[in-house]
Write a protein that binds this ligand. Structure first.
Ligand code: KIV
Length: 288
């Protein structure tokens, strides 16, 4: 499986065979090449880049230009990994036509293989329109960060009966509309497991438990690169943040004490003959 090209069809087969799908966010070329060298099945260029890469407080300011810029960079580092790009806030809210046009840009200019948009039943017509334009759509329901103001904060969704049923119905509606994958964010484990059983297409959970058909995490969260409070579901698979901080500190110390760079090891040689000529030049000996 390691080198097999991941396609929408393959991801569907994985669900049918009971194989879990692994997905990570990624926003730049270098990290894309590292993910590509692993066995991760899919990359999401999430609009979380607004927070992780651009330092915004939430994802709302992210533009189509931001998404295209980062998606294109990631695509240049990939070969077999399936590439999904997020549709940013207000890039699909106005009409089906607007949604198709912007989804098309993420495919043509960003070289994504699918687009993701947030919203359930209310956005089913957008999913249908984009799908009809032959662009695969990943739906995103449960906690949808672009609705932060409507939700009143980042909160687990579906804990009460009405909201749990609404999320289940959203899942069915987005599948009916043509979604190839359904992201379930911050949904109680048992509800996410039930939804995963009810749907034919794979579910990709984030904070939704192991009953989902796959998982996605923000890579800075899983690498321990954020100093702040990590979400409960974001297991640290490495402490890359500490490794980076130590390396930056050591680098600065060695520069200041003069132990880096080491002559011969990190430097380039020049012949004495050329150097003598350069020194003579500085003294005006060779000047006409
Ligand atoms: O933007 C993002 O990274 C996402 C994931 C959290 C699913 O939408």
């Amino acid at each position: 499986m390691k080198d097999k090209k991941r396609t929408a069809t393959l991801l569907q087969k994985m669900k049918e065979n009971g194989e879990k799908i692994s997905m990570l966010t990624c926003y730049d070329y270098t990290t894309a090449t590292l993910v590509e060298a692993s066995d991760v099945d899919a990359i999401l260029v999430g609009d979380s880049l607004g927070m992780t890469m651009l330092g915004y407080e939430d994802t709302l300011p992210v533009t189509m230009e931001d998404m295209i810029h980062h998606t294109a960079a990631v695509s240049r580092g990939l070969d077999k990994t399936f590439l999904v790009a997020d549709m940013p806030f207000m890039s699909y809210h106005l009409s089906d036509e607007q949604a198709v046009e912007n989804a098309g840009r993420l495919i043509k200019e960003g070289h994504a293989q699918a687009v993701k948009l947030e919203g359930g039943a209310r956005f089913a017509s957008r999913i249908r329109a984009i799908t009809d334009a032959q662009i695969p759509v990943v739906a995103h329901i449960g906690l949808t960060p672009q609705s932060i103001h409507a939700f009143g904060g980042f909160k687990v969704q579906g804990k009460n009966e009405a909201r749990a049923i609404e999320i289940l119905e959203d899942a069915k509606k987005v599948e009916e509309a043509g979604a190839i994958l359904v992201t379930l964010e911050c949904v109680p484990e048992k509800l996410a497991t039930l939804i995963s059983k009810e749907l034919h297409v794979p579910t990709i959970g984030i904070g939704a438990g192991a009953g989902c058909d796959g998982q996605v995490l923000v890579y800075q969260d899983m690498l321990g690169m954020f100093g702040g409070i990590a979400p409960k579901f974001a297991k640290h698979f490495a402490n890359v943040g500490d490794v980076m901080k130590d390396a930056f500190t050591t680098y600065s110390k060695e520069v200041k004490e003069g132990s880096f760079p080491v002559s011969g090891e990190h430097t380039f040689a020049i012949t004495d003959e050329v150097m003598d000529a350069v020194i003579a030049h500085t003294k005006g000996e060779n000047n006409d």
